[in-house]
Design a protein around this ligand. Sequence first.
Ligand SMILES: [Zn+2]
Ligand SMILES: [Zn+2]
Length: 150
Amino acid sequence: MDCLGLDKYHRPHICQKCGGVMIYKGVGEYHCERCDEVAYDDYGKVRLYVEQHPGATVVEAEAATGVSRKTIRQLLREERLEVAADSRSFLACQACGAPIRSGSFCPQCAQKRQKRMEELAHRSITEGMQGRMISNTAGQEGAKRFTRDK
Ligand SMILES: [Zn+2]
Ligand SMILES: [Zn+2]
């Protein structure tokens, strides 16, 4: 069937189990009128996933539900998803993929990065100092240069 308008969100019409008719129950959920099998359209799948994984990213939702990113974003735009009000939570930390509300890294990774940078800076200072100490053992000038500003 080629009715894109109606099947934009892959609504289940026929029960996968018994072939019965699926009845719409709201919020993207369908129940088979014969065997009570539950099925979801794209909206229902994503809504359910986001409900169970608050702050999940579009990428995670796509991987878990099989619903395309494009459709998820469309649902967000249409504000059929509850996370639509805060779509910024659909950002992911660039290091670990955790959901974040702003920036590029989650607080933990931001802290880790900060620490690593400090360590690197510290190490280069220490190594630089050691280098100078060795090369400056002779001569007053070297000793002066090594004196740290206060
Ligand atoms: Zn059924
Ligand atoms: Zn992170």
